[in-house]
Design a protein around this ligand. Structure first.
Ligand SMILES: NC(=O)c1ccc[n+]([C@@H]2O[C@H](COP(=O)([O-])OP(=O)(O)OC[C@H]3O[C@@H](n4cnc5c(N)ncnc54)[C@H](OP(=O)(O)O)[C@@H]3O)[C@@H](O)[C@H]2O)c1
Length: 388
């Protein structure tokens, strides 16, 4: 006859020890394999949650209002890829007639077909615009004006970053030429249409890189010294902001607003001129999948400035993550903005704007009806013909 566990001297267990209870306790405490499994699972869940929150934070806010812009005429520059393509897609989904102003017709067509399929909007037009050629800008505007009598929204999105030093067709340093001067001429030539269509909007895609930039009055074209990112790119993005602010004062009381933005750090083709070692490029690519905004997220501030009904009448602002930000002193210098405006007029061959517009303090007094100021500068035909 066997004795109860732990009750007698015939058992291998000390008195009071119950092996069955010990075994049950072991199971409950998840010792061994299961303990490790649960611990690792908890860590994975915790880290995933943190990463999900971080990623959401990095992607920034989304423009959530669902307002449509059916039939509104829109131009988006550089929209065959990146932020511009996402912007064009969203505007097309909301019913706009989108003029895709791109330098490569083949790439533009591929993007147009994709956007048409995704948005179920047939009102998308492939138009050639090379911002590195003043003639191309004039040709684009001429054709556009022959096709459309109105323009509700102009989005100056195209850009080039940190390329090796090269010149545009007109001999301008590439980044200043494309990012600022090409858009400067384009906007000025379209101002009459924007005024006729008021309330209308201009959105300029700048960059936080402007913080590092200065307008180099002695060497605007970086002829003496070329620094591709800190010098030329940053200068061109600062020029975008000074242009926005000067234009906002000149367009006071016209019903045309102009705002600029920093889209965030976005995973696009903008780094195509990156010249570091291949392994670094690959490492950055992998990191960027997680740590950098998607093009869709990068388009959200542009979309807010373009679409938000509550932005009606707001002008001259700099936005990032859908919030208006104050500017550093060199980005709000009216003296530099005036100088850059005059210089840009000379470089692109526009007549000087009215003296009443020279000082922001006097702006808006004479150009409300489009009879003077930048709106009077357009010099292309305005005959409307059938669109092909
Ligand atoms: N990505 C970022 O992290 C970031 C940050 C701050 C600001 N931004 C600004 O966001 C804007 C959009 O850039 P993204 O990141 O979307 O870059 P992206 O993917 O390289 O797109 C740039 C677009 O601009 C076009 N473009 C370049 N040169 C042109 C020219 N001479 N004429 C007409 N179009 C031209 C490109 O056309 P091709 O494809 O034919 O070259 C492309 O469609 C730029 O203004 C950029 O400075 C971007």
């Amino acid at each position: 006859m066997s004795s109860a566990p732990g009750s007698g001297s015939g058992t291998p267990f000390p008195p009071g020890f119950d092996p069955a209870a010990e075994s049950a306790e072991k199971t409950l405490c998840f010792r061994g394999f299961w303990a490790w499994f649960v611990l690792i699972l908890l860590i994975v869940v915790f880290v995933s949650a943190i990463m999900w929150l971080l990623r959401k934070f990095i992607q920034g806010p989304i423009y959530r209002k669902t307002n449509r812009i059916d039939g509104k005429v829109v131009i988006v520059t550089g929209c065959n890829t990146g932020i511009g393509k996402e912007t064009a897609l969203e505007l097309a989904k909301r019913g706009a007639r989108v003029y895709m102003a791109c330098r490569d017709p083949g790439r533009c067509e591929a993007a147009r077909l994709e956007i048409m399929k995704k948005s179920q909007n047939q009102q998308l037009f492939n138009r050639t615009l090379d911002l590195g050629s003043l003639q191309s800008v004039r040709n684009f505007v001429e054709r556009f004006k022959a096709e459309e009598t109105r323009l509700d929204l102009l989005i100056n999105n195209a850009g080039v970053m940190a390329c090796p030093r090269s010149l545009t067709a007109d001999g301008f340093e590439q980044q200043l030429g494309v990012n600022h001067l090409g858009h400067f001429l384009l906007t000025n030539l379209l101002l009459d249409r924007l005024k006729q269509s008021a309330p209308s909007r201009i959105v300029v895609v700048s960059s936080a890189a402007h913080l590092l930039g200065r307008i180099n009055r002695d060497d605007l074209m970086s002829e003496k010294k070329y620094s591709k990112f800190l010098g030329a790119y940053s200068q061109s993005k600062l020029a975008n902001i000074l242009f926005t602010r000067k234009l906002a004062t000149m367009l006071k009381d016209t019903g045309v607003t102009v705002n600029c933005c920093h889209p965030g750090v976005v995973r696009t083709e903008l780094n195509r001129h990156f010249s570091g070692p291949a392994w670094m490029k690959s490492a950055l690519e992998v990191l960027s999948i997680y740590l950098i905004k998607t093009p869709k997220a990068g388009a959200q501030t542009t979309l807010k400035l373009a679409l938000d009904p509550s932005m009606e009448g707001s002008t001259g602002g700099y936005y990032s993550d859908c919030i208006r930000w104050p500017l550093v002193p060199w980005a709000r210098s009216t003296d530099t903005a005036d100088w850059l405006w005059r210089e840009s007029e000379k470089l692109v061959g526009l007549p000087p704007s009215s003296p009443t517009n020279e000082s922001p303090a006097n702006n808006g007094t004479s150009n409300g009806n489009g009879s003077s100021g930048p709106g009077a500068m357009q010099s292309v035909d305005t005959v409307v013909v059938n669109r092909s």
